[in-house]
Ligand binder design. Structure first.
Ligand SMILES: *[C@@H]1O[C@H](CO)[C@@H](O)[C@H](O)[C@H]1NC(C)=O
Ligand SMILES: *[C@@H]1O[C@H](CO)[C@@H](O)[C@H](O)[C@H]1NC(C)=O
Ligand SMILES: *[C@@H]1O[C@H](CO)[C@@H](O)[C@H](O)[C@H]1NC(C)=O
Length: 356
């Protein structure tokens, strides 16, 4: 009676098949079969998810390499998000630089860049927040050997490995890819300081930024007024807050490349910076003083004030390396002075030398 009643339940669409008492009843076998099939598919899905996720740089290299090659845009972005999250400061700010093989080779720019964080005043801890975006596989491998936050940017068939000579098509592609990439960082909600890797970090710049600006940019030549759009900016160093205005602006900037063919991002910025639409969109732009964010175009003479130094206005990789080495040595000598002598010494740079 009991058995037939229970089986009857199942046959009538009862939802308690596990209680089916009649051993060997047809419904029991069906359930076992369904369970087996389900376990098989769940197992398959778990395996697939595992392989898919190993596209992160922390998975198995051979598998992840294959999956990076075929990955969709979405999986690339989720990997980027992982790297950004891990490098982020509490307020969702990261420091970003880009690197190709010519600059990543031992003894080249990347070594000097990292060295500056170690020699700078309290800049070493900032390395925890530095994301190095590599443009080719060799640079990526070298980055992983020296640093904890590396991201390999897909470059869609372009080859950015060798020294990209100023204003060649490869150079232009590389610069525009950078703007596009930074745009995606903003869309993910991260503020960033973008820094070329030929910029030496000597003091923490975060205490020197303007508190209220959306977009702050260093200058080749600074005229003394941080609001003046006639300043000549240098796209190699920017501090950008993620908000709807900056997300709009990076899209506008990137799209403007088609209106000004054969110009790089910085020249296009100079073309569009006065566009009335920018003030209409209420984007606040400030230009950073070369006394603090200096470079070889307009040298910051006072070592007591300088935060970063850029080997701008300098053509040729060897010339940059030569002068940045001298610059770091100047800085080392300055830092070795007793505190009271630092202010009085009127220490200054012995560069540019090769960069003229
Ligand atoms: C996170 O960063 C640390 C170093 O700061 C690194 O050792 C670790 O591998 C990173 N993990 C991920 C998932 O990015
Ligand atoms: C280095 O940083 C500390 C702490 O901010 C400061 O007290 C010191 O004066 C700085 N030294 C130089 C040379 O800037
Ligand atoms: C990229 O260029 C470098 C040097 O010009 C060359 O050695 C390398 O094989 C190239 N890589 C690809 C994938 O074309």
């Amino acid at each position: 009676m009991k058995d037939s009643a229970t089986v009857g339940d199942a046959e009538n669409g009862g939802n308690k098949p596990w209680n089916a008492g009649g051993s060997g009843s047809s419904s029991h076998l069906l359930v076992k079969w369904v369970v087996k099939i389900t376990v098989f598919f769940v197992g398959f899905a778990v395996l697939w998810v595992f392989l898919y996720n190993s596209a992160s740089p922390f998975g198995f290299p051979s598998i992840s390499h294959h999956f990076i090659a075929v990955s969709t845009k979405e999986s690339t972005e989720s990997t980027l998000e992982n790297v950004l999250r891990n490098a982020s400061m509490v307020d969702k700010t990261v420091i970003i630089t880009t690197l190709n093989d010519a600059w990543a080779e031992p003894g080249s720019i990347f070594d000097l860049f990292l060295e500056s964080f170690h020699k700078g005043n309290q800049t070493k801890k900032l390395l925890n927040h530095l994301v190095v975006v590599t443009l080719d596989q060799k640079a990526y491998t070298r980055c992983l050997a020296l640093h904890s936050h590396c991201f390999q940017l897909e470059t869609k068939g372009d080859n950015f490995t060798s020294e990209a000579f100023f204003m060649t098509p490869t150079y232009l592609d590389m610069m525009w890819r950078r703007i596009e990439f930074l745009s995606s960082v903003l869309k993910l909600g991260y503020n960033f300081v973008f820094t070329d890797s030929d910029i030496m970090w000597l003091r923490n710049p975060f205490t020197e930024f303007y508190k209220d600006a959306d977009f702050q940019i260093a200058c080749d030549f600074f005229n003394g007024n941080s609001y003046d759009l006639k300043n000549l900016p240098n796209g190699g160093f920017t501090y950008v807050k993620s908000n709807e205005r900056t997300i709009w602006f990076y899209k506008f900037w990137f799209n403007s490349k088609d209106s000004y063919p054969n110009m790089h991002d910085q020249d296009v910025l100079n073309q569009i910076k006065m566009d009335p639409i920018i003030s209409k969109m209420k984007l606040s732009i400030r230009f950073l003083s070369t006394a603090i964010f200096g470079g070889f175009c307009q040298v910051s003479r006072d070592l007591n004030k300088v935060s970063t130094m850029h080997s701008n206005c300098c053509v040729g990789l060897e010339n940059k390396i030569n002068d940045l080495r001298i610059l770091l040595e100047d800085w080392r000598k300055y830092m070795a002075l007793p505190e009271n002598q630092k202010k009085e010494s009127h220490s200054t740079w012995s560069v540019p030398q090769s960069c003229r």
